[in-house]
Design a binder for this molecule. Structure first.
Ligand code: SF4
Ligand code: SF4
Length: 461
């Protein structure tokens, strides 16, 4: 029976985008940026620094090694500040140059480019890829698809292996993989990260930017009419239309400079038409600028029909990207960076926790001396072993009684028990603040003071 009402599906199946490869000024910059960033990502775990991996997040030991610095859980405040710096940097560059991060430095863009390059290597250029996808399954198609996906998977596994190598010394990790002795968590994270890269950069590509990335949605809050954007000059380009290359009088016929070749659409990795105006899917990759400039060169028109500009400039108004918000972001960023740099440079290389023995408030010896017992948890945050001296102050003639030297290995923690002894006539309260000062014997600048309480009987003098 034929229904009088037509039903319409709310689901639109995704059409695969086959972006055309273009080589121009901006694409070369993007390739360079990708090579540098991927090079850094894959190389860093293999670089040794001061005899250990240059960057290693050693979670079981709760230590983060970055070049010659070692960070401990109590240094997480720096991580919080670094996240604020990252957010502020994003605000700063977005206000200055739009989605520069998305187009040239975002891991999603960089890895997607690497996957697109492998796809071109195996399946050929855009036209050949479209033809292959439309063709019925054949031995050749199967061979090409299997080769492409195998390459993608190998690359993803290498990426996942490198990721885990930031958390487990990569030399050890490679040895364990060769011996088939990888731990459960390492196996999980290696496969999980590989799968994520394969899925996001190989299969989902621009959909991650369009549907999953929150930045695409809120970046408009940071845009104004003076933000640098990539835009099509409608005034100059319209009325678009085809014409003969020899036709020099096209303007008299009402035509603009756009020859409607659709190259800007074909190169777009998100499949949009920049001629329809600024769209949230645009990741500012600049491919359409390169493509259009190439076409403009071929038809001998001035370049820049699609270009970096601002909305104000496009509308013929004066425009400056150096506006108050840029200086505010730059000021905050600078202050944060100086603060973090100063904090790291001056942070103490020794930490101590003084924990009172809770089972025994105080004890009185045969000669009337009052004693308190403490546990000292000494953390040597330096990269060399240190022996520490302890001074205690806060009560007259206070004496420290300890059996062992405080010798702590590099980047290690030692716990030891000590006693403090005071004469009752020097105690004026039941609870008196006392101060433990630890100083490295070989370097007086490595020192820390920690306050504790000394308890005694209530004595009326
Ligand atoms: S519109 Fe241009 S800049 Fe934006 S994503 Fe597409 S090609 Fe890149
Ligand atoms: S590449 Fe340039 S000329 Fe070709 S359609 Fe796009 S804007 Fe028009």
């Amino acid at each position: 029976m034929k229904s009088s009402e037509e039903s319409q599906s709310l689901f639109a199946s995704h059409e695969k985008i086959h972006p055309r490869f273009v080589l121009g000024f901006f694409s070369r910059l993007k390739i360079l940026s990708g090579l540098v960033l991927l090079g850094i990502y894959y190389a860093i775990p293999w670089i040794q620094w001061d005899g250990q991996q240059s960057i290693l997040f050693d979670l079981p030991a709760r230590q983060f090694h970055i070049l010659s610095l070692t960070f401990w859980p109590q240094d997480l405040i720096y991580l919080a500040f670094l996240l604020i710096v990252a957010a502020m940097t994003l605000f700063f560059f977005t206000s200055l140059a739009g989605r520069l991060w998305c187009g040239f430095a975002c891991p999603q863009t960089i890895w997607t480019d690497a996957y697109l390059w492998m796809e071109r290597l195996v399946e050929g250029n855009r036209t050949q890829q479209i033809k292959l996808d439309k063709a019925p399954m054949s031995f050749r198609k199967l061979r090409l698809k299997v080769t492409k996906h195998s390459l993608w998977i190998i690359f993803a596994l290498w990426t996942g292996f490198t990721f885990v190598g930031y958390f487990t010394p990569i030399n050890e990790l490679s040895g364990r993989i060769l011996d088939m002795q990888l731990g459960e968590w390492e196996t999980f994270w290696l496969l999980f990260y590989s799968f994520a890269i394969y899925g996001m950069a190989g299969i989902m590509r621009e959909q991650v930017c369009t549907y999953m990335c929150p930045y695409a949605r809120f970046q408009s809050a940071m845009f104004d009419k003076n933000t640098m954007i990539i835009a099509y000059d409608e005034e100059r380009g319209e009325q678009r239309g085809t014409r003969k290359k020899s036709d020099k009088d096209y303007k008299k016929k009402g035509l603009g400079d756009c020859i409607d070749c659709t190259m800007c659409v074909q190169v777009c990795p998100t499949g949009i038409d920049i001629r329809k105006g600024l769209q949230y899917q645009c990741i500012s990759c600049s491919a359409c600028i390169d493509a259009c400039n190439e076409i403009m060169g071929k038809v001998s028109y001035p370049k820049g029909l699609i270009r970096y500009t601002t909305e104000n400039k496009l509308e013929g108004r004066s425009s400056s990207i150096l506006r108050p918000r840029i200086f505010v972001y730059a000021g905050i960023l600078l202050a944060l960076l100086i603060g973090i740099g100063h904090g790291i440079a001056t942070r103490s290389l020794v930490e101590v926790d003084v924990i009172r023995d809770r089972n025994n408030l105080f004890s009185e010896t045969y000669d009337g001396t009052i004693e308190n017992i403490y546990r000292l948890r000494v953390m040597n945050l330096d990269k060399q072993v240190h022996r520490y001296q302890v001074q205690v102050t806060g009560i007259e003639d206070l004496v420290l009684l300890k059996e062992d030297d405080i010798l702590v290995d590099a980047a290690s923690i030692t716990t030891l028990s000590v006693r403090l002894a005071a004469q009752p006539e020097n105690l004026h309260k039941r609870s008196t603040p006392v101060y433990f000062q630890l100083t490295a014997e070989d370097n007086a600048s490595i020192s820390i003071i920690e306050e504790a309480r000394f308890l005694g009987p209530l004595i009326r003098h």
